[in-house]
Write a protein that binds this ligand. Structure first.
Ligand code: ADP
Length: 639
């Protein structure tokens, strides 16, 4: 505007000068003065008379790129104007002549070197005897136009940037009126920018925190881009928590300003943080109530961290722990250190969770039992980085369990004692009266044999048989009860010897039944020789007994990883599958007593003996085809 008014001024002066020239009629003198004025004017000016340049000043020559004045004097000024403007110029000139006020116009010129530039033009007409002439004053505005365009582009660019930024952006003026409200902000609040632009910033804030929020903003603006947390109220009355950055925008005078602010919706984050905090608190509560301590060992830096509960468990005064593995190990009972180290190494190398128990020795020789479980964290290459675990004091639990175990043991001892007592009663107290019954009935039979009839003799014989049978039962029961209580120390037992003894014991029975007993090569086992003889004998006796033809018995063995498997195979009557389990129970017999004899204790004793040797016993059989009894004996067994 300054340039423009100056140009107008100059133009006015020029026309005044010309008028004066006419008025004073001292043409030469005034022309001289006009020339001087023109010559020294900073505004590019030329005089156009009859479509030819009558006068041109140095500023105009510079503007049009003319070096020599002779080149242009007398030629049409139109040559320098862009053809697009020729018609406009013509019509303007005729308007000027008619005395119409013509504003400043923008045109393009073509300099003599061909360069096109933007100019602002003011034309004034003057008249003399030779007709009208035009003073054309030109101002090069090429640079200004370029700057304007750049400004426009920048503005446009910024506008786009703001409009489409992901973050909500808002600008408000000194009076807190919203001036810019971008798409992200529309999305956040549900307001269209047209709804809020020009309105007060306060419509975005919940009423109850409005004052506080405005104060916070003012405070934050004393430091540029300071982050503050402010809740905002959406159109649908939701409250979102926004993290704000704001900055002042100054105008040219550096006085008034608006504020630009960029928000970050952290509602979800805050909610997640709250939930996290809550679950942490719950966890903490659980750890506290469960008296569970936590620990963490960062392997690389050997930093070992404990929580307060764990410190307490290890008897460490708060703040006195060294935070290293060796600091931790110092608290472990020396007898448990080795196995704890082994367990930790195993967890680190074998990809297994740590799960072990160790003792902690406190002052006054108080010992606590601590159970720990931990997981190993590995890096991407699979190297262990960290071990983190929990600990809980199981002293009370352990004492409780020990007490229960002790009580159970007591109970077991008591019942064993009772059994022994029973065995004693059975062997001594019961056998004695039995012997008396049988010997006195026999005496009775002898003394009064002449006076007794045959019926009476039969009755007496029944009584004698019954007593003998009862004695057998008692003896078997005694043997059964003694498997546990009277067992011998285990030693190496050669199964060939065992078989030899059995054959010896059963010599008569084998001969009478015309039996054939064969065996494969048999191993040495570790056990109670007397009991193993009894076991084998019971099985072989059954094989001989429960047979309708000449018995064939085959004994073989097989070595497995942890035990020997033995089998005793016969060609007897066989057993129905539903009795496979039952026959190993005490007093269980499948046949009436008179047919095969026996008390139903033999296999129960076998089972007890096998159990004492860490094995099991079972049968496979087919009716009429024979049976195979299997049993196992643990390879290394200590009593
Ligand atoms: P018992 O003194 O009657 O022989 P056991 O405990 O030795 O008592 O056997 C229980 C029952 O199992 C026997 O009465 C018999 O019915 C059956 N039994 C045992 N061994 C055999 C066998 N090798 N073949 C067929 N049945 C058998």
């Amino acid at each position: 505007e300054d340039d423009l008014s100056m140009m107008k001024n100059v133009a006015d002066q020029v026309s005044i000068a010309i008028t004066r020239v006419r008025d004073e009629d001292s043409l030469r003198k005034s022309e001289e003065r006009y020339r001087m004025l023109l010559e020294n004017s900073p505004s590019a000016t030329l005089v156009n008379r009859n479509d030819s340049i009558a006068m041109i000043n140095p500023a105009a020559m510079k503007l049009l790129g003319i070096n020599n004045i002779d080149e242009v004097m007398g030629i049409s000024p139109m040559k320098f104007f862009h053809p697009d403007y020729h018609r406009k110029i013509q019509s303007r000139m005729s308007k000027i002549i008619k005395g119409k006020e013509i504003p400043v116009v923008e045109e393009k010129i073509i300099r003599s070197d061909g360069e096109i530039r933007d100019i602002e033009v003011v034309s004034v007409a003057s008249f003399d005897s030779e007709g009208p002439s035009f003073q054309v004053i030109m101002n090069d505005i090429t640079e200004r136009k370029l700057a304007e365009k750049e400004l426009f582009d920048t503005r446009n660019y910024l506008q786009n940037l703001i409009d489409n930024a992901n973050a909500p952006i808002i600008v408000w003026d000194r009076e807190n009126r919203i001036k810019v409200f971008n798409h992200a902000f529309e999305h956040l609040t549900g307001y269209a920018s047209s709804e809020v632009e020009g309105k007060s910033l306060s419509i975005l804030f919940p009423r109850d925190t409005l004052r506080e929020s405005m104060a916070k903003i003012r405070q934050a603006l004393t430091e540029n881009w300071k982050t503050i947390e402010i809740p905002i109220l959406t159109k649908s009355n939701d409250i979102r928590i926004i993290l704000w950055n704001s900055a002042k925008i100054y105008d040219k005078s550096r006085k008034t300003y608006s504020t630009i602010a960029q928000g970050n919706d952290i509602t979800e984050r805050i909610e997640a943080e709250r939930a996290f905090k809550e679950s942490r608190e719950k966890l903490e509560l659980a750890l506290e109530n469960g008296r569970i301590g936590t620990w963490e060992w960062v392997i690389d830096s050997d930093s070992f961290n404990l929580d307060s509960r764990m410190e307490k468990m290890l008897g460490i005064e708060p703040g006195y722990f060294e935070n290293t593995l060796s600091g931790f190990e110092k608290r472990i009972h020396e007898e448990d250190l080795q196995h704890l180290r082994t367990a930790m190494t195993k967890a680190l190398t074998e990809d297994q969770p740590l799960d072990t128990v160790f003792r902690v020795k406190h002052e006054n020789n108080v010992v606590n039992y601590v159970s720990t479980k931990a997981l190993v964290e590995k890096d991407n290459a699979g190297n262990p980085m960290k071990m983190s675990g929990v600990c809980f004091d199981i002293t009370e639990m352990k004492l409780g369990a020990e007490k229960t175990l002790f009580l159970l043991n007591e109970e077991l001892l008591r019942s064993n004692k009772e059994l022994e007592q029973f065995a004693y009663v059975a062997s001594h107290d019961l056998q004695e009266p039995l012997r008396m019954i049988s010997s006195f009935t026999q005496l009775l039979a002898q003394r009064y044999k002449d006076r007794l009839d045959n019926d009476a003799k039969d009755f007496i014989q029944f009584a004698v048989d019954g007593a003998a049978r009862m004695q057998g039962l008692i003896n078997d029961l005694l043997a059964y009860s003694r498997v546990q209580t009277r067992g011998k120390q285990f030693s190496v037992v050669d199964m060939h010897d065992v078989l030899g003894q059995v054959m010896n014991n059963l010599q008569l029975m084998i001969q009478e039944s015309d039996a054939l007993i064969v065996n494969d090569d048999l191993p040495e086992v570790f056990g109670d020789e007397g009991q193993i003889v009894q076991l084998m004998q019971n099985l072989i006796v059954n094989g001989l007994k429960f047979c309708k033809t000449a018995p064939r018995i085959h004994i073989s063995s097989k070595e497995e990883k942890e035990y020997f498997l033995f089998s005793v195979k016969d060609n007897g009557i066989g057993i129905e599958p539903q009795y496979f389990e039952k026959i190993f129970q005490i007093f269980q017999r499948l046949h009436p007593k008179d047919k095969y004899g026996g008390t139903g204790i033999g296999l129960a004793i076998c089972k007890r003996i096998v159990n004492r040797h860490g094995g099991r016993i079972w049968v496979e059989s087919k009716i009429g085809k024979g049976s195979v009894f299997y049993f196992t004996i643990l390879k290394r067994q200590t009593t």
